[in-house]
Design a protein around this ligand. Structure first.
Ligand SMILES: [Zn+2]
Length: 144
C-alpha cells in the first residue's frame, strides 16, 4: 500500500477519534461524538464521523464488533493493521509537536541547559545572549 493513498489525518477531530479507538477495546460512532463534545466541546457532524469510520473499515484498520448490551449498537475495534497505522500517526504528531516546542526553546549560553521558562537576557558585547539565570550570565561575563 502506498503512503499517498493512506487515510489522511488532517484535523484534530480525526486524530481524537483515533485516540479514542486506541483507548478502548471497542467504541461506537456515538461514543466518539459524545467524547468530542464532553472532552473538547466540539460538535462534530455525525456524517463526518461515520464517514471516517467507514474509511477506516474499508482500509481494514477497524472491524465491527457486536455490543454486549444491545444488538443494535455495534462498536468498532482497531485491527492489528489499524494499530500500526495509529502508532504511525501518533509518532508523526509527536515529532511535529516536539519540533514546534523545540524551535521556541532557548539554550543558556552559560551552562547549556534548555530554558523552558523565563529567559534571562543580557547584552554582552553587541549581542543579546540568553541565559537561564543572572548568575549564569554573571559567571559567563567573568569568564569572557
Ligand atoms: Zn545557565
Amino acid at each position: 500500500m502506498s503512503q499517498e493513498n493512506d487515510i489522511k489525518i488532517q484535523n484534530f477531530t480525526r486524530f481524537y477519534a483515533l485516540v479514542l479507538l486506541k483507548s478502548k477495546e471497542s467504541i461506537t460512532g456515538y461514543y466518539i461524538l459524545k467524547k468530542l463534545k464532553t472532552d473538547l466541546n466540539k460538535n462534530a457532524s455525525p456524517t463526518y464521523i461515520y464517514d471516517f469510520l467507514k474509511k477506516l473499515k474499508k482500509r481494514n484498520y477497524i472491524k465491527q464488533t457486536k455490543s454486549l448490551k444491545s444488538k443494535k449498537s455495534a462498536g468498532y475495534q482497531l485491527t492489528s493493521e489499524g494499530k500500526v497505522f495509529v502508532d504511525k500517526i501518533f509518532l508523526r504528531f509527536n515529532n511535529l509537536i516536539e519540533g514546534a516546542i523545540r524551535s521556541n526553546l532557548k539554550v543558556c549560553v552559560g551552562c547549556g541547559i534548555t530554558i523552558y521558562d523565563r529567559v534571562h537576557k543580557e547584552k554582552i558585547g553587541e549581542k543579546d545572549l540568553n541565559f537561564c539565570c543572572k548568575y549564569c550570565a554573571q559567571e559567563f561575563k567573568n569568564s569572557v
